[in-house]
Design a protein. Sequence first.
Length: 301
Amino acid sequence: MSSEPKEAMNFRINCRGQLLDLSDRPKIMGILNTTPDSFFDGGTFNKNRGSIDLDQALDHALGMIRAGASIIDIGGESSRPGADKISAKEEIERTLPLIELLQRKTDVVISIDTYKAEVAAKALQGGAHIVNDISAFTFDAALPEVCSRYRAAVILMHTPVKPETMQWSTGTSSDGSDILNRVNRFLANSIAIAERHAIHDIIIDPGFGFGKSVAENFQLLSQLSALCALERPILAGLSRKSFLGHAITPQGGEIPPPSERLPATIAADTIALINGASILRVHDVEAAMQSMLIVEALKKF
């Protein structure tokens, strides 16, 4: 199998009738969290950490679309390390009204960021097109059947542990293999699960920041093109992640907060695109679009 960057493979993902054409140029996925506790934008759209301010959330989504986002990824439960679990009912209450509203107002591709079959089913009934599962079908055995039933496209992400128990890894695995091999094997297994359920519109995500050391994250970023051997479009979710903060911290200094990691994010996004990423999952759509346009311009020479 080839390990060349995949813009040459003419990826076209059928998202429940919406075509996501990744063969012309990479696409930008805008992050819209309706959570009170996400690491960067938690609480932005919660009224006193309670109900969702739908008008404000919709305005933000429409702004990201105007800036160039082709996909809006809506999440109702934080996946930051140590995050508390919430019920499927609460997750649905946080996400479904916004999905339904956005589906009525735009034709943008909508992604539901969940690993729960019950949440995914409600989101797909409400108009979502993609299920973005951080566990790649390893947390909820019922999820593949739901995705198959609704003919949803899926994003399968590598994560070694659940968010509530997630910590920095030691940098090595128990079997001595490196991070790239572990991610490759994990995602290959999840792709096989998807295909057994007749799911063929699959995007893969190496899971930057999820249970990985700083060194492991940078190893993944530098060798991202190796995942092209899986012959699926690659999503890179690097936006304002902690490992970028570690890299830009002066020796002995304090790690800058997420609000100060945008330049580092742009640099990492650019590297990911050069190394074969087809989708960038970002908080800052305009900055990501500029990064993508520069890389596309570079390819002409």
